[in-house]
Design a protein around this ligand. Structure first.
Ligand SMILES: *Cc1c(COP(=O)(O)O)cnc(C)c1O
Length: 457
C-alpha cells in the first residue's frame, strides 16, 4: 500500500480562503471577546470548529437535490429519504427534523419527565441540555479507560456495563425511560463503541425492558472502526456492520450534518407506534409536517444519498487515515492528545498541554485562542467552559470537515500546533465576563487574566 493519503475524489468547485495578519488576529480576538464562536468565519483560514454541516457534497448529492420534490405532504423526496434511512437503520418510523437537537428535544419531551434519569456513554452538549430541559438527569457512564486521555484502548467509547446495572438498580427501573448510546462518542474524544459493547448494553436494556436509542451522528465512522478493530467484522461491509448495530436498539436520533454528509438535516427513528404518533404531533407543532420536518425536499434528497456515501469504504479509509495522520504527527512531537485518534477529530489534552493554567482559567479556551492567534486556525474547547465545573477533562477539539481540506491543509495545521507547543509556557488563562444560563460556551465573553505576551511587548 502506498503511504500517501490520496483523497478519493477530485475538486470540481473551489471556495477561496483568506489569510489574516497576526495584528489583525489580535484585534479580531479582542473583538470576539476571546470566544472563537463569535469570530466572523471569513477571518478564519482553516476552520476546524466543527465537522457538523461543514462537509462538501458530492456530484451525486447535488444531482439528487435537483430532483427535490417540494410538495408539502407526501413528497417523493420523503419516500426516498425514508427508504434510504430504513435500509441502513431498520426502524419502522422515520421522522425528519431540521437537525439532531430537534430530534433530541422531541424524543426527550415524549419519553422523559422530571426526576427521570438518562444514562449515555457520554452525553453530547445539546443532548445533555435537552435531557435537563425536561427536568431529567443526564448520567455519563463511559468505561474508566474513556476518561484517561493518554490511555490507548480500541473502543474507548464503550459504556460501563456494571455502572449501567448499578444505576438502574439504585435509581429504580421506573426512573430510567431509555438508555442512549452515542456512536462514536463525540464528547469523549470521538472514540468508537464496539459491537460487543452494543450487544451487552442491549442485553441489559432488554432484561429491564428499557428501550435503547442510539445517538447515531457518526454511525459510519463507528462501523469502520468495528471493521478494522473488532474480531469477526474484518470481511463485513460498513453497511452490514451498521445494520447489525442498529438491530440491537429501538430507535435513534441523528444529525445528518455529520455522517449524513449534508449541510443541514436530521431524523428521529423509533419502532414504537404509540411513541411515533406522539413524536409526530410534537413535530407538527414546531418543525413541520411529518414528510418534511423543517427541511426542504432537496435537503431530504441530499441526506438520502449522503448516509449511503458515508458508508463507502474508500471514503471511510481516507477519512480515518487523514484524521489519524494529524493526531499521530503532533503526538510524535510530544503534544498530548486523546489516544488513539478518533474518527472525526483530534482532541488535544489542554490540561496536559498547559499545566500552568488551572481548569478554572479555561486552559482549553486559552489553547484554542492561541491556535487562532498563531495561524488562523479555529478549533473548539470541550471542557470547563462547555460543561462547567463538572468537566472531567479540558480538551481542544480539531474537528475535520468531511471531504473539505486536503493533505497540505492538514500539514499546515500540524506546523501551527507544533509552533504553539514550542511556546506553550507563554499562554495565559482567561476568566468569564458574561455567561448565558444554558449552553454558555456559544455566547460566553472572556478576558485574559494577564495581558497576552504579544500585546505586552
Ligand atoms: C452534533 C451532535 C448532536 C446534535 O446535532 P445537531 O445537528 O448539531 O443539532 C447530538 N449528538 C452528537 C453526538 C453530536 O455530535
Amino acid at each position: 500500500m502506498p503511504r500517501t493519503i490520496v483523497e478519493p475524489f477530485r475538486i470540481k468547485s473551489v471556495e477561496p480562503i483568506r489569510w489574516t495578519t497576526r495584528p489583525q488576529r489580535e484585534q479580531l480576538l479582542r473583538a470576539a471577546y476571546y470566544n472563537l464562536f463569535l469570530l466572523p468565519a471569513d477571518d478564519v483560514l482553516i476552520d476546524l470548529l466543527t465537522d457538523s454541516g461543514t462537509g462538501a457534497m458530492s456530484t451525486h448529492q447535488w444531482a439528487a437535490m435537483m430532483e427535490g420534490d417540494e410538495s408539502y405532504a407526501g413528497s417523493r423526496s420523503f419516500e426516498r429519504f425514508r427508504d434510504s434511512v430504513q435500509e441502513i437503520f431498520g426502524y419502522k418510523h422515520v421522522i425528519p427534523t431540521h437537525q439532531g437537537r430537534a430530534a433530541e428535544r422531541i424524543l426527550f419531551s415524549v419519553m422523559c419527565k422530571k426526576g427521570d434519569v438518562v444514562p449515555n456513554n457520554t452525553h453530547f452538549d445539546t443532548t445533555r441540555a435537552n435531557v435537563e430541559f425536561v427536568g431529567a438527569e443526564a448520567h455519563d457512564l463511559v468505561i474508566p479507560e474513556g476518561r484517561q486521555p493518554s490511555l490507548k484502548h480500541p473502543f474507548k467509547g464503550n459504556m460501563d456495563i456494571a455502572a449501567l446495572e448499578t444505576l438502574i438498580q439504585t435509581m429504580g427501573r421506573e426512573r430510567v425511560p431509555l438508555v442512549m448510546l452515542t456512536v462514536t462518542n463525540n464528547s469523549g474524544g470521538g472514540q468508537p463503541v464496539s459491537m460487543e459493547n452494543v450487544k451487552a448494553v442491549s442485553a441489559v436494556c432488554r432484561k429491564h425492558r428499557i428501550p435503547l436509542y442510539f445517538d447515531a451522528c457518526r454511525f459510519a465512522e463507528n462501523s469502520y472502526f468495528i471493521k478494522t478493530r473488532e474480531r469477526g467484522y474484518e470481511s463485513k461491509t460498513p453497511k452490514e456492520i451498521a445494520q447489525e448495530m442498529f438491530c440491537y436498539g429501538d430507535g435513534c436520533t441523528m444529525s445528518a450534518k455529520k455522517d449524513g454528509l449534508a449541510n443541514i438535516g436530521g431524523f428521529l427513528c423509533t419502532s414504537d407506534d404509540v411513541l411515533a404518533q406522539q413524536e409526530k404531533n410534537l413535530l407538527i407543532l414546531t418543525e413541520g409536517y411529518p414528510t418534511y420536518g423543517g427541511l426542504a425536499g432537496r435537503d431530504l434528497e441530499a441526506v438520502a444519498v449522503g448516509i449511503q456515501e458515508a458508508l463507502h469504504e474508500d471514503y471511510l479509509e481516507y477519512r480515518i487515515a487523514s484524521t489519524a495522520y494529524l493526531g499521530n504527527h503532533i503526538a510524535s512531537h510530544g503534544v498530548p492528545i486523546v489516544q488513539p485518534p478518533g474518527g472525526h477529530a483530534i482532541y488535544i489534552d489542554a490540561r496536559a498541554f498547559l499545566p500552568h493554567v488551572p481548569p478554572g482559567l479555561f486552559p482549553g479556551v486559552a489553547l484554542a485562542n492561541e491556535l487562532y492567534h498563531e495561524g488562523g486556525i479555529r478549533s473548539v474547547e470541550i471542557g470547563t467552559l462547555m460543561f462547567g465545573a463538572a468537566a472531567k477533562m479540558d480538551l481542544v477539539r480539531l474537528a475535520i470537515p468531511r471531504r473539505v481540506y486536503t493533505q497540505s491543509h492538514i500539514d499546515y495545521v500540524v506546523e501551527i500546533i507544533l509552533a504553539v507547543w514550542e511556546k506553550r509556557e507563554q499562554v495565559q488563562g482567561l476568566r468569564l465576563s458574561y455567561e448565558a444560563p444554558f449552553l454558555r460556551h456559544f455566547t460566553a465573553r472572556l478576558e485574559p487574566v494577564a495581558a497576552p505576551a504579544a500585546v505586552r511587548t
